[in-house]
Write a protein that binds this ligand. Structure first.
Ligand code: ZN
Length: 106
């Protein structure tokens, strides 16, 4: 299954930019830019390609950030952990139910 090119979250449409090269912080694997309305996903870190599961997990992590943000949920310092938990849970559920078959994205 390919990543979508766009995703609508609440009233906002975000472009999914993959692969994205983070020039300021090469350790980032994903980011939501609410100004540019982009969800940015890296394909590799230090020359090592991410597998499809990692890319999907990052995609769902970034979606969780924006969904919670639009809902007005402020998790403070727990935000990253909660977004990881949501991403892992949603991705595992989709894989376990056959709704997503990971493949290495283009
Ligand atoms: Zn995060």
């Amino acid at each position: 299954m390919q990543l979508p090119s766009k995703v609508k979250i609440g009233p906002h449409v975000f472009e999914v930019v993959f692969p994205y090269v983070f020039t300021n912080n090469s350790t980032l694997c994903g980011q939501v830019d609410s100004t540019a309305c982009e969800i940015r996903l890296a394909s590799e870190n230090a020359g090592v390609k991410y597998n499809a599961t990692k890319v999907w997990d990052t995609f769902f992590h970034e979606l969780a950030h924006k969904v919670l943000d639009i809902a007005g949920v402020d998790l403070g310092s727990r935000g990253e952990n909660v977004c990881d938990l949501l991403a892992h849970t949603v991705l595992a559920m989709m894989i376990d139910n056959g709704w997503v078959v990971p493949e290495v994205p283009q």
